[in-house]
Design a binder for this molecule. Structure first.
Ligand code: KMH
Ligand code: ZN
Length: 283
């Protein structure tokens, strides 16, 4: 079997509510405090999300990888929701490799793991091989389930190398997220989606997210091709032409509705834990 073009019966929906790029002053609806994040997480869980991809902000709403704040965030999300807590190890383009590795000290269920360097608008999102392999081995040691973030096809080759040299991930499932439409990464079109899916390791599962105006085409394409979905204000700030996103939950509601229409209703968090092999750290 090559990577999953065969449909899964349910759709795993991940919400990425905040990101590291948008500014609170320009986007008041962006959840940046812990209480805003918790409210968002609860609404998104009720709307059909099973995983939350988390970036945090400091008291001035700037992106941070502060260890105490990360640990408090994991604890609060675990206490207040059943969502799988996936911390970003990508952080902001300015974060050091040391701080990005230390994200795992917060004890998340899961983490993102980007498989290579990519131009990121006017910036560079740096993920050289030595960092990628150190982070991967740390996820194996700590049993934190990685989600392989793939911004271009070269990164798929790096994923094959990673698995070939270091073996399967914590949890046992190779689950990827195709991040499409970043200026500098792969475009969010159907030909590229099909090529990326065809290149994935045999048996891998995948979700996709389209940045900005690629959001809807990538969402429809992923559902049609049997993939899973990531949505949220990290990836798009516009709900429809000329209409800003009011709440992350409306993006999840739309994704869940389309998943139901596709006869692949949203996977609930416990189902997602079993699907991804996420150990239950809730007490
Ligand atoms: N903020 C981007 C530079 C991730 O979360 O792992 C990287 C990013 C990927 O968002
Ligand atoms: Zn992210």
């Amino acid at each position: 079997m090559t990577a999953s073009t065969s449909s899964q019966p349910e759709t795993l929906i991940t919400v990425a509510p905040t990101g590291a790029e948008a500014e609170k002053s320009a986007v008041p609806a962006l959840p940046v405090t812990l209480s805003e994040l918790l409210v968002t997480a609860k609404e998104c869980e009720a709307a059909g999300a099973a995983v939350i991809h988390v970036h945090i902000r400091d008291e001035a709403a700037r992106p941070t990888l502060d260890r105490r704040r990360l640990a408090d965030t994991v604890a609060a999300l675990r206490e207040g929701t059943d969502l799988i807590v996936q911390l970003s190890t990508g952080g902001a383009v300015t974060d050091s490799f040391t701080d990005r590795l230390a994200v795992l000290d917060a004890g998340p269920d899961a983490c993102s793991l980007t498989c290579g360097t990519v131009n990121f608008g006017d910036e560079v999102f740096a993920n050289p091989w030595p960092f990628v392999k150190d982070l991967y081995q740390l996820t194996q040691e700590r049993q934190v389930v990685p989600e392989f973030e793939l911004f271009d096809l070269g990164q798929v080759a790096t994923l094959h190398r990673l698995l070939g040299e270091f073996g399967p991930p914590a949890g046992g499932r190779v689950h990827c997220d195709l991040v499409m439409g970043v200026p500098g990464g792969m475009p969010g079109d159907m030909a590229t989606l099909a090529a990326a899916v065809a290149a994935l390791p045999a048996g891998a599962t995948w979700s996709a997210t389209g940045i900005g105006r690629t959001t809807l085409p990538v969402l429809f394409g992923a559902l049609a091709a049997g993939g899973h979905l990531r949505v949220g204000m990290e990836d798009t700030l516009t709900f429809a032409r000329g209409r800003p996103v009011a709440r992350n939950a409306e993006l999840v509601e739309r994704a869940a509705e389309l998943a139901r229409l596709a006869q692949r209703p949203p996977m609930r968090p416990d189902g997602a834990r079993a699907f991804l092999g996420v150990p239950d750290r809730r007490t």
